[in-house]
Design a binder for this molecule. Structure first.
Ligand SMILES: Nc1ncnc2c1ncn2[C@@H]1O[C@H](COP(=O)(O)OP(=O)(O)OP(=O)(O)O)[C@@H](O)[C@H]1O
Length: 679
């Protein structure tokens, strides 16, 4: 074929693909219209209010799922199967964000999560999986502009050399996080498509796509186990509000609108947090020994019966002797139920014994009203209050804080006398209500609540930035995933909390998933190679055993320089950065942030805050403690020494800060660089 003829063929193919895109968009529009009209008539056809509501919710969700964003491509790939494939001989499929079918129900676009689509991510020249040609499409604001073929049947494979993949990775970043369905890499896909029953822990250097993998796994599991997970729910846990708002749009863009997204603080928010613990106190409260302390404190309330129960019932008087009462309490204790369930059980058993006596005398079964009356009879309640008193989580913690004897008994052999004193230090109100609780108290109160009543669990929980969870926070998550599985995502090198994990096995044990596999991700998609090399200088000083990051990105720029006036230099750097596309993040120690914001405002550069991901301003000034998990196209780091000095694990913080840049990193310093960087 001549060059000209080849070009003509390519043009004709592009035209055909565009036509397919138009047809698919039109079909999606019809699907949505159908869903909308059903939604509108749903309440008229449904029999009762409950069904109408259920149906209404289902249809509303369906309409949302079928939303079409004209700026994102409806499909991004195509698979042409070879003539000899047993299942799909000679067929071709477009792969996209959701299923689109024509009026006859024939697929126009296959959901990326469908079994066939798997080959789009996993087929290779060595293992073509029946695929003759894999095609990737290039788009520009929703318009199909190019495609790229890999003839797997001829042993051709582009891998990470794909032009379209490179363009996607190197795209200047703006605004919130986006999905990566078009370019999920094989090692990521393996994690995304892991079985629902499998709990996994992903250890990955900055920018290796851990967050992306976690979110896509949630979407994949919801697709595969829709009914089950809709009932039990899927939960995404992240470190702070800024991060949650950064990732919030990814799942809805994939059609998944019903996933709960929360910080650990949100999960345990049973009491308002209105006080701050001294660091040593917080560390003690997050220690796993607190779990045993609370368990013992709850158990200590279970008493021994000392008197029989006597209940008057009209002309009858029932009596339960000490022996059966002892047996009944012992039996219930052995059942190891949540404490409040145990209390109900003891009450029910007492009423059962009364019922037996009544039946023997009256020769008839008692009515429900009688059973209710007996269960509320004063002697029964008094007995319960003596041997199995009602407890509240706040009351339990308050008692430990205010009653040294109760604390000593609960921590015997667990906490030293000094630790007990430390635990009781800090102001505490006269009553639980009057107490200003701290963030660590909230975690303890949640633990106590879990001992009293089991919380409803989720079918799957994705935990991001998990290296920063304390043992007690891990347990809070474990309670919510007891019967489900988890995806734990993190990087030990980025641990900045005082209790940060140094070994995933320990975290997994606290999370109740000791057998989960720990899988590394090593290819970085965010940070350019030169910047990675610079940040990696810190690794030996971080005292963690993790594989260093490798970058897929050869582009990017690093500029480290000494300056006289930090603020003026930062303003000049931001101005220069604004000449490029993409977002600009100025990261500094928390106490420098206001000054930088003010200086930028004076220079006529408006700035946004990290939690406002939809902000019109392109420049965000972010305190170093809030930047975890985020990324900016151009990052300006101001005075690394101050970031390190601000907290005990300051070098880990600096490692996080230096790995936020997508295209360019400028490091401005007046003081000498921290030692490991100065090499
Ligand atoms: N397969 C991929 N194709 C294109 N972009 C990708 C891919 N995987 C990850 N990315 C992009 O790389 C960047 C980093 O991804 P992500 O935030 O998930 O990494 P991370 O490992 O969670 O980082 P951190 O450790 O800093 O939290 C994001 O912009 C993400 O969209």
């Amino acid at each position: 074929m001549t060059l000209h003829a080849q070009e003509q063929t390519l043009d004709a193919e592009l035209v055909a693909e565009r036509a397919h895109l138009d047809t698919s968009r039109e079909a999606l529009r019809r699907m949505r219209e159908r869903a909308e009209s059903l939604f509108a008539t749903g309440d008229k056809v449904a029999g009762d209010a409950y069904t109408a509501e259920q149906l209404g919710r289902h249809m509303a969700r369906r309409v949302k799922e079928l939303a079409d964003d004209p700026t994102t491509p409806l499909f991004f790939g195509r698979l042409d199967f070879g003539e000899t494939d047993p299942d799909h001989a000679g067929r071709d499929y477009h792969v996209g964000r959701r299923h689109v079918t024509d009026e006859l129900g024939e697929p126009l676009v296959l959901d990326w999560r469908a079994p066939v689509s798997r080959s789009f991510y996993r087929a290779s020249a060595r293992d073509p999986q029946g695929v003759a040609v894999r095609r990737r499409f290039g788009f520009s604001t929703g318009v199909l502009t190019s495609f790229e073929d890999e003839r797997l049947d001829r042993g051709e494979e582009l891998g990470t050399a794909s032009r379209i993949l490179t363009a996607e990775i190197e795209r200047p970043r703006v605004g919130p996080m986006r999905d990566i369905v078009a370019t999920i890499q094989p090692e990521q896909d393996e994690l995304v498509r892991a079985d629902l029953a499998d709990s996994i822990c992903v250890q990955g250097a900055p920018g290796t796509g851990k967050t992306a993998v976690g979110l896509h796994r949630a979407a994949y599991l919801l697709y595969l186990h829709r009914e089950r997970l809709r009932r039990s729910g899927v939960l995404i846990v992240g470190p702070n509000r800024a991060f949650m708002s950064y990732i919030a749009a990814v799942l809805p863009a994939l059609g998944e609108v019903e996933v709960e997204q929360a910080t650990v603080e949100d999960l345990v928010a049973r009491v308002p947090v209105r006080a701050v613990d001294a660091p040593a106190v917080a560390t003690l409260k997050h220690d796993v020994r607190m779990a045993e302390t609370l368990r013992r404190a709850v158990d200590a309330h279970i008493g021994t019966p000392t008197e029989p129960i006597m209940v008057s019932d009209g002309s009858f008087r029932w009596r339960i002797g000490l022996d059966p009462l002892h047996r009944l309490v012992e039996e219930t204790r052995r059942e190891d139920l949540p404490y409040a369930t145990g209390r109900d059980r003891v009450r029910a058993r007492v009423v059962g014994l009364l019922q037996r006596q009544s039946e023997a005398r009256r020769a008839e079964s008692p009515s429900d009203a009688w059973l209710r009356r007996m269960s509320r009879a004063k002697p029964v309640t008094e007995f319960l209050d003596a041997v199995w008193p009602a407890l509240t989580p706040e009351g339990l913690l308050h008692r430990l804080r205010t009653d040294p004897e109760a604390l000593a008994a609960a921590t015997d052999g667990l906490l030293t006398a000094e630790e007990q004193e430390l635990f009781r230090s800090g102001p505490v109100g006269r009553t639980p209500k009057a107490t200003r609780w701290t963030a660590a108290d909230a975690v303890l109160i949640d633990e106590a609540a879990g001992l009293l009543e089991r919380p409803a669990g989720f079918g799957h929980v994705v935990v991001d930035e998990a290296q920063d969870l304390s043992p007690m926070q891990c347990r809070a998550i474990a309670r919510r995933s007891e019967h489900g599985s988890i995806t734990l995502l993190g990087d030990l090198a980025q641990g900045t909390a005082p209790w940060a994990a140094t070994d995933w096995r320990e975290s997994l044990a606290h999370l109740g998933k000791p057998d989960a596999s720990v899988v590394p991700l090593s290819i970085g998609f965010r940070v350019p190679a030169a910047v990675v090399a610079f940040a990696n200088r810190l690794l030996p000083a971080l005292a963690v055993d993790v594989p260093p990051a490798q970058s897929l990105r050869r582009d990017g720029a690093l500029d480290v320089r000494t300056v006289e006036d930090l603020t003026a230099a930062a303003v000049a750097e931001v101005r220069a950065a604004l000449a490029h596309d993409g977002s600009v993040g100025v990261i500094a120690a928390d106490d420098m942030v206001d000054r930088l914001r003010a200086a930028l405002a004076d220079a006529g550069v408006p700035t946004a805050t990290a939690d406002d991901v939809e902000a019109a301003e392109r420049v965000t000034v972010v305190p170093a403690t809030l930047v975890k998990g985020l990324e900016y196209d151009h990052v300006v780091v101001v005075e690394p020494a101050a970031i390190v000095a601000a907290e005990p694990r300051g070098l880990h913080r600096l490692y996080v800060v230096l790995t936020r840049a997508v295209s360019r990193l400028a490091v401005l310093h007046r003081e000498p660089l921290p030692a490991p960087l100065a090499g």
